[in-house]
Design a protein around this ligand. Structure first.
Ligand code: ZN
Length: 274
């Protein structure tokens, strides 16, 4: 996500009302089947296909657990950077986190990638290669964006546990193609607002701690676009711990029996099922 939280929320809200349509005939467009496990890589996504044709915004659990996630976006125009302070806070506090990387970010930040890939606290998600708008793309182009990023991660012995669409923009076609690559699509239910230059440390703490609930997926940035993330993060982690929350990676959150939002098959057909 690069857009401000208001826009991203508007996008999410607008798309949540996506009209129901008939189930996709013939099941997901699986090409080549599951990839072989990569030695030393992160655990395979716990959630098995078929995946829902809406993004997972939170884990359906009553356990007091939340997922701390970061986006590391990069486009052809901007490679951005690495907020090493954030990584140091995660290590110091022993907080597992899921980092959704654009493949171009992986390829332009070798030192940061080597450090994160060597740390078992970090698992990775796929955030496309060039951070394009993906809802108008052909299946072939979507697959290319995903696979290029997986190839970049594989050079560090890692693979993704989930996909997060750039700008939070999605449609059913995109999710079907992503599901065909064996990845659930995951967005968020708690926005830190950290890419906004107007975000204040106190405001971010209030927003995240106030919105978090069991199963929440919280989005921050670790590519230097979160101007005050490293200032707010320690207080956020401390306050969430005081409220009884523990931190889990996305792969663990998705192990919950049903991933939210809960929806009836009648209104949200699941791939390969009526
Ligand atoms: Zn992004």
């Amino acid at each position: 996500m690069i857009l401000g939280p208001a826009i991203a929320l508007a996008v999410s809200a607008a798309l949540t009302g996506f009209p129901p349509s008939p189930p996709v005939a013939g099941g997901p467009p699986v090409a080549g089947g599951p990839s072989p496990p990569v030695a030393g890589g992160s655990p395979v996504a716990a959630m098995a296909p078929p995946y829902p044709l809406h993004p997972i915004t939170r884990g359906e659990t009553r356990e007091p657990q939340v997922a701390i996630t970061f986006d590391a976006c990069a486009t052809r125009q901007g490679w951005y950077g690495f907020d090493r302070d954030v990584f140091e806070i995660l290590k110091r506090e022993q907080v597992p986190a899921t980092v959704f990387v654009s493949g171009r970010w992986v390829d332009t930040h070798p030192e940061a990638m080597a450090d994160m890939a060597n740390d078992p606290l970090i698992e990775f998600g796929d955030h496309s290669y060039d951070h394009p708008h993906m809802t108008q793309m052909s299946s072939a182009r979507v697959v290319e964006e995903i696979d290029q990023t997986e190839a970049a991660l594989a050079r560090y012995g890692r693979r993704s546990v989930a996909f997060r669409p750039p700008f939070g923009e999605w449609d059913r076609h995109l999710l079907a193609v992503v599901g065909g690559r064996q990845l659930p699509t995951v967005t968020w239910d708690v926005v830190s607002g950290d890419p906004s230059a107007r975000a204040t440390t106190a405001g971010m703490i209030r927003a995240v701690v106030g919105q978090a609930r069991p199963g929440s997926i919280i989005v921050f940035h670790i590519n230097g676009r979160g101007w005050k993330t490293h200032e707010a993060l320690p207080a956020i982690l401390q306050a969430l711990r005081q409220r009884g929350f523990r931190f889990v990676p996305i792969s663990e959150l998705l192990k919950a029996p049903v991933a939210a939002p809960v929806s009836s098959p009648a209104t949200h057909p699941v791939l390969g099922r009526p």
